[in-house]
Structure formats: structure tokens, C-alpha cells
Design a protein around this ligand. Structure first.
Ligand SMILES: [Zn+2]
Length: 133
């Protein structure tokens, strides 16, 4: 089995509701997403996938939708305030944990036609979450 993995850096802010730890306070991360594609056979160019395609599809979406934005649960009281200030946000139905962000990037990549097999998001250099299809 072959695989290729592309790393994508981005920054985001979030906080977790109904949670007792320090992550209940708004804070930010310099995150790294790893997007992996696997294949049993290579294409005519002897590739699993073109890194440029992964960059254009996934990094393009992350840059537009997540980078330097607050990722919040839809019912977070911060949403109305940030909206009134014109601050950019990305809203989720669930708490914006790194697990959910990995799943989000996985789903969006698949929706855009990229056959990803795994997305890992590093929230810090020592903590990461993975969603694999
Ligand atoms: Zn956090």
C-alpha cells in the first residue's frame, strides 16, 4: 500500500462549552493538519495523488474557512458578540474539539472529490487527533 501525506499549517481560536478544563476559555492554536491518501496502485504518473491537488483543494478550503478564525459551537454565547463585531467564525453543531476539526477536514476533502484516507490535526506539538475513513 502506498500513501502520500501533505501537511497544512493554520491558526484557529476556539473554546469548549460544558467542559471543566482550561479549554473552556477562548484560546488559540497553531495547528498542523496532515492529509493522507492511500492507494494500492500508482497512477500513470507513478503517483498516489498530486501534492498540488491536495494543496489546492484542502489548503484552499482551510485558508478560506478556518485559518485565523474562531471555530465555535453554534450556540456559544460568543457567536452573537463576535458577529456584531464583524469577526470571522466557523460554526459547528458540536464542541470544536480537535477530533471534530479532523473529521470536518476529512469530510470536506471527500466532498470535494479528494479520496483522503486519514486526517490528523495537531493542536500542539504533543497533542493530535485523527479521523480515518
Ligand atoms: Zn484548544
Amino acid at each position: 500500500m502506498y500513501s502520500v501525506t501533505r501537511k497544512i499549517d493554520f491558526c484557529y481560536g476556539h473554546r469548549l462549552l460544558d467542559y471543566d478544563g482550561v479549554c473552556r476559555h477562548p484560546h488559540g492554536h497553531n495547528a498542523v493538519a496532515e492529509v493522507e491518501i492511500r492507494a494500492e496502485q500508482l497512477d500513470k504518473q507513478n503517483m498516489v495523488a498530486d501534492f498540488t491537488d491536495i494543496k489546492q483543494i484542502v489548503k484552499g478550503w482551510i485558508d478560506r474557512e478556518l485559518d485565523h478564525k474562531m471555530i465555535l459551537r453554534k450556540d456559544d454565547p460568543l457567536v452573537a458578540m463576535l458577529e456584531s463585531l464583524g469577526e470571522p467564525m466557523y460554526l459547528l453543531d458540536t464542541n470544536p474539539t480537535v477530533e471534530r476539526i479532523a473529521r470536518l477536514i476529512f469530510d470536506i476533502s471527500r466532498e470535494q472529490g479528494l479520496p483522503v484516507s486519514r486526517v490528523t490535526v495537531w493542536e500542539t506539538p504533543t497533542s493530535w487527533a485523527t479521523f480515518a475513513g
